[in-house]
Design a protein around this ligand. Structure first.
Ligand code: RTP
Ligand code: MG
Length: 156
């Protein structure tokens, strides 16, 4: 924790295929929440990659629908950095089911851009441990990655 008692964290945010066209609005929400984008990548997941990413859900009834959806178009994966980034980004996303999200007072990302319980616009790591695994999934660490991307923000 820093002197204000807050914790800088990194989390993996993913814009799912149904919301990639809303990237501009979503970046604004990230910015408004005082999170910064330190890595970003657009990619189309293969069936195997999506199944591997969501391996904890492989026995769930919705698993096939989920993988089908996640491979239906490109996704945008981002590393977000900020105070309590894991929970802050989850709060921006809102409830898993977009219909539930729309019943809440706050206009979350899923309330605005999601459709239902599966097509729900975004993903966020649910813990620091998940964040470490999911960041490694999209942004594998290699030797000599160069200077931290955060440095550039002071010139921006
Ligand atoms: P995520 O992992 O994508 O950030 O979402 P989450 O933590 O809010 O929800 P989780 O339980 O981890 O579920 C992962 C994703 O599976 C799809 N899903 N479909 N009943 C359903 O049809 C159902 N339940 C979950 C959603 O895309 C959910 O985000
Ligand atoms: Mg989850």
């Amino acid at each position: 924790a820093n002197k204000l008692g807050s914790k800088k964290e990194r989390t993996l945010a993913m814009i799912k295929p149904d919301a990639v066209c809303k990237l501009g609005d979503i970046l604004q929400m990230i910015c408004d929440a005082n999170l910064i984008v330190t890595k970003a990548k657009m990619t189309k997941l293969t069936w195997r990659e999506a199944a591997d990413f969501y391996t904890e859900h492989q026995t769930k009834s919705f698993f096939n629908n989920l993988v089908q959806f996640m491979t239906s178009g490109p996704v945008v994966a981002m590393e977000l950095l900020g105070d309590e980034a894991v929970s802050v980004w989850r709060r921006i996303l809102g409830p898993t089911d977009s219909s539930t999200a729309r019943k809440e007072a706050s206009l979350s990302l899923r309330a605005q851009f999601g459709t239902d319980g599966t097509r729900n616009a975004g993903h966020g790591s649910d813990s620091l441990a998940s964040a470490a695994r999911e960041l490694e999934f999209f942004f594998p660490s290699t030797a000599g990655q160069g200077p931290a991307n955060t440095a550039s923000y002071s010139d921006c």
